[in-house]
Design a protein. Structure first.
Lengths: 266, 568, 357
């Protein structure tokens, strides 16, 4: 103890104390926080049972024990496995806090857990299944088809997600999220299941091939070279901002140089 | 503002060591110079103009940024016209941009894609052209603000101010017509808005709409008509107005900031040839170079991502270019006022923010010099600029105007604000409805107080000098701070501005003492005048300055005496 | 010191007294480049270097123009740049910029920086000049004979003024005249008609009522639109575009007059905003609100399209639909009110208002 008190004014004391306190809190939390359940993948019915158990722990407080819905969350009857795969893999569900928007965040569930949940929810009512790769990324679409995918994108999607999938504003603080860096399977699943405020785009109006062309178009769009920094991809608002700051600001700096008196000799 | 140089008395005197070359230049008119002189009197022009004096200040270069951007627009625009096709005829795209392969689109859009992807350097020039347009209007706005805040619009420059307002209005139309030419989704959405705006004008709306679009929207005439406006009509009028604008600057000579040796009757600076030519000419290349670099490094108006115009498509975050943002904001925040009377529809929700607000701004700007002259009763010529603090009401009005404009501008991007700053879109709209009225008032009050404080600080400087940071302890024990008197140069700069008395209400009488109606000064005018000059901190008079300096010396003497008395 | 310029409406106003005397133009202090030979030569060399780089950059521009492929990309800090635009721009931009900085450096460092003063002249002319001008003007007026024959000027002015009329009238064929009959066949009419099928935009798929799920949004057009081309296609599309939404009938308000305009909660509305005409397809599945991206007008599609926020003043027109024999969604006829933005002659009394039955 003498050692500690006689060294309390050393410069290293504060950072060391901080590190120690953090370590203590972290250890305490790790001990106290609940560990995620791990389900063994031993077969479909076991998977469904595991899913039901997971659901009870992670989802039922808002969606009800049988997915029937409560005041906090809608019914999940008929949403299909695709909806669960989308919501959980993108980290949107379980939500950190109730609210109008479920933002994408880090996913804490494993692949097995997600599949188990999806399997159980699928038993509640018929709904879209998790798609095969051939449905959303067949890989054999020609340029004209991909171009048509762009037309479909601009007719159905850009009104909320903007011309390059950069996202957009909805009423009352909600927003349509960015599509950049989103997996093709998730775009497919979102279109078919209509998460949160997003409407449903069913195969009756937009068949699988058309959805695939939209997805391929987006990927090609994001991959192509652009003439300069894209300034956020928000259109004229950010262009005006940068024009003023870089253009007028930069030229005013030059102007100050031109009109200033240089260093004097004495 | 740059303070005059101070040189300590201990600094050594230095010898000029510029290399003495042989007398540079021709000794008589010969060759081409003589040929020209015999035809256009070149020598007279040279004698009159070559050594004209131009004052130097960085804020005088803002108008030049606008002028040079305009030249860049002309040059890059000519390049674009070589490939652009202003036609709304539909074709199937088969150029090199694969993501539009086979899509139906107008020739205008297809030729823009060709410029961007098939003509080498085409995309660079397109981007330079659009950045130059952004910069042209930004620079002329900044220039207009500089002229406003320094009072350079006063007699004899009111006409030049009016020409400037005209230039600003035309530049807005030039920009809008320009970015609508590619017939892409974003600008087409803007044209759809304009169609609705024109259509909604009371009484004549449908007529104006059918005449502009040659029928219904979008029709097949619009792009070609906009092309004519954009490359012929407006540049022609702009060139003429710019010519008139520059001619008046040469005739009146440029204004200058107050300083040692600068009066209303002279202009102090550098000669046109060689210094100003080099600085202004160099600045042209700097502006041009910066614009090319912006075109190389910053993407602007990526029409291939927007796609060809389709009246059933739209993008989230649809905004016009920044200079139309304020009208856009007004249209967004206005409540949905519309009258449905006896089978007619009066769309105030579109007419008021559109035609009404634009008309209000341009009229207000145009009339301001005359309104201020009416309020102040000032009929003198002015060639020395006002420091903004010395015209507190004008400066506060200007800042309030800027604030009102800024609120509308921000409202125009309310959805971008909503997504970037995670606030509710509806809340932004409601806030802006109040802010456009309240924020300018707050801005006025705050700015006026700041100006008055700065005037007070100036007065302190003249009377008592600047604080040196050296604390003195007197022999008697008291603490005081040494003050260093300001230099003569600075004292002159701080005190040379004229201050005015407010007008007094009076009736004009003729030689026989009979009152003449309409010639005197009305009570309203007197009240406005009082408000305009209210609270101005008076410049100290010569006597006050001398008394203050004597007092400071006097205090110092007292302390020395006290010290002696105490036997130190 | 010369007299200052005085306000001209007070000829007897006193000459202005300044509190401090004018110190005169400041004494010129030399620059380093003037007094130090090494500094001067360094500045000279810097300027030459700036100008000297320009031809190098210009040649680099030419090489890049011909050598770099048009579609090549170039990766910088994770950003994929279009190579030609980047390199052509950097070389040309720097070349031009260096000419400018060289000229400015020359002016600042090498050229003489002695400030000089020039006298101003008053903008207005003096009395002598004015008098002389008036003499000439009066001589001209006398010569013109207008004094005795006063009507000439007025008649000339009136005549010239009237010339404006033919000039303006020449513009009268800029467009058709929107009289009532013309309006009825253009802006008050769309190509929707009895029995026309609703099809998905772009892929032209006809829609069966059973294909649509609750919460679905379809961007649709009339089937007959796709027979048109060019500007005719665009003009009709700008009026006939619709959105179809399916909602749970228990969660929405359907007025009595519109009970047979919808099919099991499937409703069709005009896609064209009643504010200034932007197409709207931002639909919130749960609130049933439709948000226009242009100026944020918001319509409640679960309440006959009434405006709930924003500057639009009229509800969104609804297209009455039904199901045909094969189960496809078809229109019952054209829209009951003109679609799109307001205009003066529009009779807006028939648009749906909150509380209508």
């Amino acid at each position: 103890m003498r050692f500690l008190s006689s060294h309390r004014r050393r410069r290293a004391a504060k950072p060391l104390m901080l590190a120690f306190a953090l370590l203590l809190m972290g250890t305490l939390y790790a001990v106290v926080a609940p560990a995620p359940q791990v389900a063994a993948d031993t077969g479909t019915s076991a998977q469904v049972a595991a899913g039901k158990g997971l659901f009870a722990v992670s989802c039922s407080s808002c969606h009800g024990l049988n997915g029937e819905g409560t005041s906090q969350g809608p019914s999940l009857v008929g949403v299909g496995a695709a909806a669960v795969d989308f919501q959980v893999t993108t980290g949107r569900m379980p939500m950190a806090a109730p609210g109008a928007q479920a933002p994408r965040k880090h996913n804490t569930m494993t692949r097995e857990e997600t599949d188990a949940l999806a399997a159980w929810v699928a038993t509640l009512g018929p709904g879209p299944a998790i798609p095969q790769k051939s449905q959303y990324a067949p890989g054999d679409q020609d340029a004209a088809t991909i171009a048509r995918g762009g037309e479909l994108f601009r007719t159905n999607c850009s009104a909320c997600h903007n011309f390059e999938g950069g996202g957009g504003a909805l009423p009352e603080g909600k927003y349509a999220p960015t599509l950049k860096g989103v997996e093709p399977i998730h775009i497919y699943e979102a279109m078919r299941t209509g998460p949160q405020q997003m409407p449903v785009f069913s195969p009756g109006a937009i068949p699988d091939a058309d959805v695939a062309s939209i997805i391929t178009y987006l990927e090609s769009l994001h991959a192509q070279p652009g003439p300069g920094f894209n300034l956020g991809g928000l259109g004229p608002v950010s262009e005006g901002l940068f024009g003023w700051i870089v253009g007028i600001g930069g030229l005013c700096l030059f102007a100050t140089w031109i009109a200033s008196r240089g260093a004097r000799a004495r | 503002m740059a303070k005059p140089t101070t040189i300590t008395s201990s600094a050594p005197v230095l010898e000029n060591k510029r290399p003495a070359g042989k007398d540079a230049g021709p000794q008589q008119f010969s060759g081409a110079a003589a040929w020209l002189d015999e035809r256009i009197g070149l020598a007279k022009i040279a004698k009159g103009g070559l050594r004209k004096v131009f004052p130097d200040h960085w804020s005088f270069l803002l108008g030049e940024i606008a002028l040079y951007s305009f030249i860049v627009l002309l040059l890059s625009g000519v390049f674009l016209t070589i490939w652009f096709k202003p036609s709304m005829m539909e074709l199937e795209y088969n150029g090199s941009y694969q993501l539009m392969k086979g899509l139906p689109m107008s020739e205008a859009f297809a030729s823009t894609l060709a410029l961007s992807f098939d003509v080498r350097g085409g995309l660079l020039v397109r981007q330079v052209h659009h950045w130059a347009a952004i910069l042209f209007i930004a620079a002329l706005t900044a220039h207009m603000l500089r002229v406003f805040f320094t009072g350079a619009f006063r007699k004899p420059r009111e006409l030049n101010w009016l020409i400037g307002v005209g230039l600003m209005s035309l530049s807005l139309i030039a920009g809008f017509s320009g970015y609508s030419l590619p017939d892409d989704l974003l600008s087409g959405t803007g044209l759809r808005f304009v169609d609705g705006l024109i259509r909604s004008i009371p009484l004549i709306g449908t007529w104006a709409e059918f005449f502009v679009f040659a029928g219904e929207f979008p029709g097949d005439a619009l792009i070609a008509r906009l092309y004519m406006v954009h490359i012929l009509l407006i540049p022609g009028i702009l060139l003429a107005l710019i010519g008139a604008h520059m001619t008046m600057v040469v005739y009146h000579k440029h204004t200058q900031f107050p300083g040692p040796g600068r009066t209303e009757k002279n202009v102090v600076g550098y000669p046109l040839f060689p210094v100003y030519m080099a600085k202004a000419g160099g600045f042209f290349f700097i502006v041009f170079g910066v614009l090319i670099l912006m075109g190389a490094l910053m993407q602007i108006n990526p029409v291939w991502m927007y796609g060809p115009y389709n009246p059933a498509q739209v993008t989230a975050g649809s905004q016009p270019d920044w200079y139309m943002g304020w009208v856009e904001g007004a249209i967004r925040i206005i409540p949905n006022w519309e009258w449905h009377l006896f089978g007619t529809t009066w769309s105030w929700n579109i007419f008021l923010p559109g035609v009404g607000l634009m008309g209000l701004l341009l009229t207000g700007l145009g009339l301001y010099p005359f309104i201020e002259a009416w309020v102040t009763g000032d009929k003198a010529e002015h060639h020395l600029l006002d420091r903004p603090r010395n015209a507190p009401t004008r400066t506060a009005l200007g800042v309030a105007g800027m604030t009102c404009y800024a609120m509308f501008w921000l409202a125009g991007g309310n959805d971008i604000l909503s997504t970037q700053f995670h606030v509710s879109l509806n809340a932004v709209t409601y806030f802006m409805r109040v802010a456009v009225f309240v924020a300018p008032v707050i801005a006025f009050i705050v700015t006026k107080r700041i100006c008055l404080s700065l005037q007070r600080a100036d007065r302190e400087r003249i009377l008592h000098g600047s604080e040196s940071g050296i604390i003195d302890r007197s022999p008697a024990g008291g603490y005081s701070e040494d003050h260093v008197p300001v230099s003569h140069d600075e004292a002159w700069t701080l005190t040379q501005h004229e201050q005015y008395e407010p007008l007094e209400a009076s009736d004009a009488v003729d030689v026989n003492g009979i009152p003449q109606a309409g010639r005197g000064i009305s009570k309203l005018r007197a009240r406005a005048s009082r408000w305009f000059f209210s609270d101005d901190i008076p410049v100290p008079s010569r006597d006050e300055i001398e008394e203050a300096h004597a007092h400071d010396h006097h205090e110092l003497d007292h302390e020395v005496e006290d010290a002696k008395a105490l036997g130190h | 010191m010369s007299h200052d310029i005085v306000p001209t409406d007070h000829p007897s106003a006193p000459v202005r007294q300044f509190p401090v005397d004018d110190p005169g133009i400041e004494h010129h202090v030399p620059r380093y480049t003037d007094v130090d030979v090494a500094a001067g030569n360094r500045a000279y060399r810097n300027i030459l270097a700036m100008f000297g780089l320009v031809p190098v950059l210009a040649i680099a521009f030419v090489v890049i123009y011909f050598a770099v492929p048009k579609t090549a990309g170039f990766d910088v800090l994770g950003n994929n740049f279009h190579a030609q635009t980047l390199f052509l721009g950097l070389t040309a931009g720097l070349a031009v910029l260096l000419i400018g900085t060289g000229m400015v450096a020359w002016a600042r460092d090498i050229m003489s920086d002695q400030e000089i003063a020039e006298e101003r002249h008053e903008a207005g002319s003096d009395e002598e000049t004015r008098a002389a001008a008036l003499v000439k003007v009066n001589a001209g007026i006398t010569d013109s004979g207008v004094g005795r024959r006063k009507l000439i000027l007025g008649a000339l002015g009136g005549g010239m003024g009237m010339l404006a009329v033919p000039a303006v009238v020449l513009l009268a064929d800029m467009g058709p005249y929107p009289l009532a009959a013309k309006r009825a066949e253009t802006i008050e009419k769309t190509i929707w008609a009895e029995g026309v099928r609703l099809v998905n935009d772009v892929n032209e798929l006809p829609l069966k009522a059973s294909d649509l799920e609750i919460g679905q949004l379809v961007n649709a057009e009339p089937e007959t639109l796709f027979k048109l081309h060019g500007h005719e296609y665009q003009t009709e599309k700008a009026k006939s575009a619709i959105i179809i939404v399916r909602m749970d009938p228990a969660s929405i308000k359907i007025p009595a007059s519109r009970k047979d305009w919808q099919v099991d909660g499937i409703l069709a509305y005009s896609k064209i905003c009643t504010h200034v005409g932007c197409p709207i397809s931002l639909w919130e599945q749960q609130t049933h609100h439709l948000l226009c991206p242009c100026h944020q007008s918001t319509f409640d599609l679960g309440n006959s399209g009434v405006v709930v926020f924003g500057p639009a003043a009229r509800s969104l027109p609804q297209l009455p639909i039904k199901v045909n024999a094969e189960g496809y969604l078809v229109a019952q006829g054209d829209f009951p009110v003109p679609v799109g933005p307001s205009y003066f002659e529009r009779d807006s009394s028939k648009d749906f208002k909150e509380g209508d039955q």
